[in-house]
Design a binder for this molecule. Structure first.
Ligand SMILES: C[S@@+](CC[C@H](N)C(=O)[O-])C[C@H]1O[C@@H](n2cnc3c(N)ncnc32)[C@H](O)[C@@H]1O
Length: 517
């Protein structure tokens, strides 16, 4: 997400991209978060420790406002070593002990996800939702790609676990020159400068990203960032619940990431607004509230850095009122994440699902940010729901562009105007009539159905044709060399690893996709 152009004039030297996070902003939009299942541990003796941490507050109760934001707000129990809780986003550089010193308290359980092992107390003290593993995997994947991009420009190469090292080939024809060590860095195959500094997971990178997780609960997500994402300078894991913040501090220690991860116990909005006055803001902000993140957006805009690249931004993205009316995905960036995850599938437990969702994202209409939920359309006129395929075919038949949406299984994105959408629904209703006598004359259903459809309705013809043609090419291919006339789907999705050896074409411009029909 990028700051509005007008803001640039207010900020000296800006004109830059502004990551109100390539990661955090992307996630709520490209990932549907289901809060249908929350896992909470039964109560037990850890409540005692939690009570000590919370200074007697009830579970999940926010701390009362403190006038001095620098004063740590939590007193850890004597038997638990915790990294300091503070509003300062930079972990104490002297805190480099990576040996876990925190053990399980009675009644606590350890939950493992990704590379993290998280202590969870008994009772409903701190939120944990295992269904969100996919979301956390995807967040790690996206921040990794963002770090790769940003840090390359700061002369740092990130080392991603499981990825094969790139072969460094000297451009020089002279063997002696090729053997000579490069002073600043090595030349890569494409002539670009290979950064001499590397950043590995778990290491603090001075030129790395500053990450804020504003609503961190147990700190699981932040601990995973610290253990799985290379190129981080610091991770601040914040939660206004004293129980949660205490647990974050212990989990940082338990996972040996106290040198990178700092727990903070603040209201997320206040914490972010205070960053407005500071020079060094966050490069990445992750917001994971129970409901909509909208109430945090204004503060987040103040807290995000001025942009890592300094590149001039010629894109026309704007935040208009409460509605984002521009593309919600940066397609080349999504393709990079997709390609990295497909090429290194063992890195995340949910890699297959990430590939599925991101592939769908790459096929979505880029310039249509919103979608219609077909079941909502039918509920408006009280009729049954047309099959997605037929609804889609009707719009295509009428000459509109259509795609599915990753965000909703019954969602259709289209450039068709609302009148065309309702026309399709009217046609559908003709074949599947609604009991008009039951409709109130003032209802939207009554009004919509009072107009006669002008044609172009839902038809089964296209569906039948598609079924007939499915898996049957017009001209059967007998020679495998003919496959070169067809575009490679995986290449289009950024995930083909066969390179020149691929039997399909990587020249998507000149191959005729109709061949695939
Ligand atoms: C959905 S949970 C976060 C889960 C976590 N990000 C994860 O991946 O496991 C939301 C958390 O936000 C915290 N919270 C809610 N409002 C807040 C606010 N205004 N400031 C800080 N924390 C807040 C709650 O205490 C809760 O722990």
């Amino acid at each position: 997400m990028r700051r509005k152009r007008t803001d640039r004039r207010q900020r000296r030297g800006s004109g830059q991209d502004f990551m109100l996070v390539h990661s955090a902003r992307l996630f709520p939009l490209i990932v549907s978060r289901q809060r249908s299942f929350q896992w909470r541990l039964p109560s037990g003796a850890a409540a005692a420790a939690a009570a000590a941490l919370s200074r007697g507050l009830k579970s999940m109760e926010p701390l009362k406002a403190t006038h001095d934001p620098e004063v740590p707000t939590i007193n850890p129990p004597a038997n638990v070593m915790c990294p300091a809780l503070t509003t300062d986003t930079d972990p104490d550089p002297s805190d480099t002990d990576k040996t876990p010193a925190v053990g399980l308290l009675p009644g606590e359980t350890v939950v493992r996800e990704g590379k993290a092992a998280i202590l969870f107390p008994s009772a409903n003290e701190v939120f944990y939702n295992p269904v969100q593993e996919f979301n956390r995997d995807l967040t790690c994947a996206v921040i990794t790609e963002f770090a790769r991009d940003v840090l390359a420009q700061r002369g740092v190469k990130v080392v991603v676990p499981g990825e094969k090292e790139r072969v460094v080939v000297s451009l020089s024809e002279e063997a002696s020159e090729a053997d000579a060590p490069a002073e600043e860095g090595e030349k890569m195959k494409n002539g670009a400068e290979e950064p001499a500094v590397t950043a590995r997971v778990g290491e603090k990178c001075e030129r790395g990203l500053r990450v804020l997780e504003g609503l961190a609960a147990s700190g699981l997500r932040s601990v995973r960032f610290a253990l799985e994402v290379p190129g981080l300078q610091s991770v601040t894991a914040n939660d206004f619940s004293a129980n949660a913040a205490g647990l974050i501090a212990r989990n940082a220690q338990y996972n040996g990431v106290g040198h990178l991860l700092r727990a903070s116990c603040r209201d997320a909005s206040m914490l972010m607004y205070e960053m407005r006055a500071k020079k060094e803001r966050y490069d990445v902000i992750d917001l994971d509230p129970y409901g909509s993140p909208a109430c945090f957006l204004d503060a987040a805009v103040q807290a995000v850095s001025e942009g890592a690249t300094g590149q001039e931004d010629d894109e026309r993205e704007k935040l208009g009122g409460p509605l984002w009316a521009e593309p919600i995905h940066n397609l080349p960036f999504v393709q990079k994440v997709l390609s990295a995850v497909s090429g290194n599938p063992s890195r995340f437990g949910t890699s297959k699902r990430i590939e599925g969702v991101l592939s769908m994202v790459t096929e979505e209409l880029e310039d249509v940010p919103l979608y219609y939920a077909v079941d909502s359309l039918s509920s408006t006129i009280h009729c049954n729901t047309p099959p997605l395929l037929q609804f889609r075919s009707a719009l295509l038949h009428a000459g509109h562009r259509v795609s599915l949406s990753h965000a909703c299984k019954n969602g259709i994105k289209t450039d068709a105007p609302p009148a065309a959408i309702w026309d399709v629904m009217r046609c559908w209703e003709k074949a599947n009539p609604v009991k008009r006598e039951k409709l109130s004359q003032t209802s939207p259903a009554f009004k919509i159905l009072s107009t006669e459809p002008s044609g172009g309705g839902v038809t089964t013809n296209l569906q039948d044709k598609r079924k007939k043609c499915q898996n049957k090419r017009k001209n059967q291919i007998t020679d495998s060399s003919q496959l070169k006339n067809f575009p490679c789907k995986r290449f289009r999705q950024g995930s083909c690893s066969h390179g020149e050896k691929c039997c399909y074409s990587h020249d998507l411009q000149s191959t005729n996709e109709d061949n695939m029909e």
